[in-house]
Design a protein around this ligand. Structure first.
Ligand SMILES: C[S@@+](CC[C@H](N)C(=O)[O-])C[C@H]1O[C@@H](n2cnc3c(N)ncnc32)[C@H](O)[C@@H]1O
Length: 228
């Protein structure tokens, strides 16, 4: 084989490895449960156009799912359950990593509806749904957590972050919904003015690396790099 052919072969092998690597790690150590997958998928399909309680769009649900599965997270916290759309995606991912979700909702009607949805989707074993005021409960939660989804009252975002960040492990991820670089994104219109500081606060932290995913309603994804 001449040297050019050899170089081409090496390049091809490297490209193939880079392309396949995420899929290889993705499937590694994941718990397989095709029956549950089918049940959750059916639930999501049937309810696709029925989420009307400030729920995230399916694209953001897929984003949360991917973050958990790709990083193998197992100890998740959600602030703001509503009727359980995002929690369904999170818990589905946790069913594959062997994890569990604590999710908090203050509104009793929504909390009850969420419980019904978790039952219907077959995900109750993966969810500890609390009916509580997150202002009071979040600072009291022990942790540690490796994944957090913050999606409740926007004016409290910074307080939630400050309460949970010390309980997030290094390598963990803190995702915040409805964020844009100039305030809150599409889903949070009308509430943005009072919280423009949140994005600046989190992105200014030296021990977090943040990116803003704007494909859905604006998701600020912050990975904890170190404790200090
Ligand atoms: C944007 S919705 C959450 C949507 C949900 N994550 C989903 O995608 O299905 C925000 C929820 O936070 C709840 N909430 C607001 N303030 C809260 C508080 N202090 N404690 C707990 N929940 C709160 C609201 O009642 C509302 O249902």
């Amino acid at each position: 084989m001449n040297s050019q052919k050899y170089i081409n072969l090496v390049i091809m092998i490297i490209s193939l490895t880079i392309t396949l690597l995420p899929f290889l790690t993705y499937s590694q150590d994941l718990i397989e449960n095709p029956e549950l997958d089918e049940r959750v998928q059916q639930f999501l399909d049937e309810h696709r156009y029925q989420w009307r309680d400030l729920n995230i769009p399916a694209s953001d649900g897929q984003l949360l799912y991917d973050l958990i599965v790709e990083n193998g997270y197992t100890r998740a916290l959600e602030i703001g359950t509503s009727t359980g759309h995002s929690a369904t995606w999170i818990a589905w991912a946790l069913s594959k990593t062997g994890g569990k979700l604590i999710t908090i909702e203050i509104d009793e009607g929504r909390h009850r509806e969420a419980l019904g949805h978790f039952e219907e989707a077959g995900l109750t074993d993966y969810i500890d749904a609390r009916l509580a005021d997150a202002h009071e409960l979040v600072p009291r939660l022990e942790g540690p957590f490796d994944f957090v989804f913050s999606d409740a009252d926007k004016e409290w975002y910074t307080n939630y972050f400050k309460a949970v960040a010390p309980k997030l492990i290094v390598g963990g991820c803190y995702a915040t919904h409805n964020v844009s670089a100039g305030g809150f994104g599409r889903g949070g219109r009308g509430m943005g003015g009072q919280n423009v500081g949140y994005y600046n606060y989190v992105t200014g932290l030296p021990n977090f690396e943040s990116t803003l995913d704007t494909r859905g309603s604006g998701m600020l994804i912050s990975f904890k790099k170190s404790n200090e």
